[in-house]
Design a protein around this ligand. Structure first.
Ligand SMILES: [Zn+2]
Length: 256
């Protein structure tokens, strides 16, 4: 965490929520690994260490899956009050299969995306989460397996999900890891952001999905520019899972 905070400061970041994965699907490499007490202790240590330089928030990225609702519900009941910010992410299909290129074999894009988005919608309806992580994660592999991938194919399915997000005060994350990986665009990218903004959505966070300090802050300036082009003027900042909006203009580095 300390290295990540130093990297954040070097990248010009002023606020960071460190959102370690919380996994309840047994197939996940991180299953059984998360130790909330140790996380919170270390988080508070670095928060004090960097006070005045960087705001460090208590966060987590919780896997949502239809097969583990009871476990996640118990976890959220026990710990949510300790956290500023909770990302809810779908990483698996409801049968526990991973969203890897193999899963796409013999399936249409609809076969993959629509059940994925059904789970995203149910994650929104739980009300457990501040934002939804990497909203169109299958895109990480879709361009490799289905060359005709186009997000517009899923617009009609996304719009009612956006309406539920807006009604519930839940947003989504722009995950910049896509910029440095296969899809070469953020997850989601501009078109989807524009549909959400046109619907009246305002709660957007940015995340780098950094699993190492080297990528903390990567792609953020570009992402803030993209958001403004899509009609989003603020990003959300969370305390105790309540959002306030911070104007993007105050976060961009001024040209020298
Ligand atoms: Zn994730």
């Amino acid at each position: 965490m300390e290295d990540s905070c130093r990297a954040a400061i070097a990248a010009g970041v002023t606020e960071i929520a460190i959102t370690d994965h919380v996994d309840h699907v047994p197939a996940d490499l991180g299953f059984g690994y998360y130790r909330p007490e140790e996380y919170l202790r270390e988080l508070d240590r670095v928060r004090d260490l960097f006070a005045g330089e960087l705001t460090v928030l208590r966060g987590m990225e919780v896997d949502y899956n239809d097969s583990t609702i009871e476990e996640v519900s118990r976890f959220i009941d026990t710990y949510a009050d300790e956290y500023d910010f909770i990302i809810g992410s779908v990483h698996y299909f409801s049968d526990g299969a991973m969203i890897f290129p193999d899963y796409f074999a013999g399936k249409s894009l609809d076969d993959v995306y629509l059940p994925y988005l059904d789970q995203v919608e149910r994650a929104v309806e739980t009300g457990w989460f501040s934002t939804i992580g990497h909203l169109d994660l299958p895109k990480r592999y879709a361009p490799l397996t289905h060359r005709d991938y186009d997000p517009a194919q899923f617009r009609e399915r996304l719009l009612p999900i956006f309406d539920r997000m807006i009604a519930r005060g839940i947003g989504f994350e722009i995950n910049t890891s896509g910029l440095r990986q296969t899809p070469r665009t953020s997850m989601p990218a501009g078109a989807i952001v524009r549909w959400y903004a046109d619907r009246g959505g305002k709660i957007i966070t940015t995340g780098t999905d950094s699993h190492a300090a080297q990528t903390v802050g990567a792609g953020l300036p570009r992402t803030l520019d993209m958001l403004q082009l899509c009609g989003i003027e603020s990003v959300a900042s969370f305390r105790n899972r309540k959002a306030t909006l911070v104007p993007i203009a105050t976060l961009q580095r001024q040209p020298a």
